[in-house]
Design a protein around this ligand. Sequence first.
Ligand code: ATP
Ligand code: MG
Length: 329
Amino acid sequence: LDLKNEDLKHLSDLGSGNSGTVSKVLHEKSATTMAKKVVFIDAKPTVRKQILRELQILHECNSKYIVSFYGAYLSEPHICMCMEFMDKTSLDNIYKKWGPVPVDVLGKVIVVVVHGLTYLYDVHRIIHRDVKPSNILVNGQGQIKICDFGVSGELINSIADTFVGTSTYMSPERIQGDQYSVKSDVWSLGISVIELALGRFPFANPAEDSDDEIPEELRGTLSPTKPDGLSQAASRPKRADVGARAGVSLEGSGAQMSILDLLQHIVNEPPPHLPEDSKFPKAMHECIDLCLIKDPSARPSPTDLTVHPYVKESEEKKVDLKAWVDTLV
Ligand code: ATP
Ligand code: MG
């Protein structure tokens, strides 16, 4: 497909993130509805052309677990990427509107992410780098797919890592600037699953007087505030050093936690767990606990997880995802 702006009719806005904005468009010549992502990049034309070349690998990423790619083009000074439109949007939108994602659906989400990451790495040596609920999409047929993985090194370099207004799914090793691998994506999967199961970002600071049903045993792991001397630590960098605006807004909870507190918490404290609720099977707890092992050398890779009992069981289980998406109207 030879894509250009003139042939794409804007239908609606789908949302925006750190890197750009996404809209629903109609490619009139092929009568195809697409999602068009416009990325603003402050880079030289040569760099932009390089990014465009690197993005061509996306044409070869064909898997039922991955959102398909129609093409990319330059629309100076932007880069436009057109991909499969997923009409039920992303899991963050879904849980924010409809509440926690049902456990059987979560099993399928884990299967999709584990197999999608395995495909990307085994076949293309691609590390996703941005696994999170907003990059897991759902359509009306009940399909779940991942998107927004880092195919282009130049694109990754050009989009500065900005923490402003975002939660973080970064693994401890990535936060510390150590080498990170495909196992960092596994950490992000663990955090994402807990978020979808709880219906809130797992590191949210429970509001003092909230009626939130946070089980007592979870409060310790959820609370980022002042665990044993962390906050008084003399070595703590001044907030100004990392940018005064680095605040994390935790939608819905009204809680605020600075990005620095959050990063320190992830590095220094025990990882979060799925809630101790009988609706989450034991094997699922074990699987998520493995994803959230802080030491990357002890954490499984996506390939390791493909043979985990919970992943295998969830793969085989018949779950009517179509019936589930039909409830999201
Ligand atoms: P970040 O920029 O940090 O990756 P993000 O994933 O929230 O954050 P975008 O990737 O720009 O930001 O996406 C914005 C929104 O657009 C998403 O939350 C999602 O709901 C929607 N979206 C993205 N891609 C598609 C798609 N292919 N089909 C339908 N909706 C999409
Ligand atoms: Mg995204």
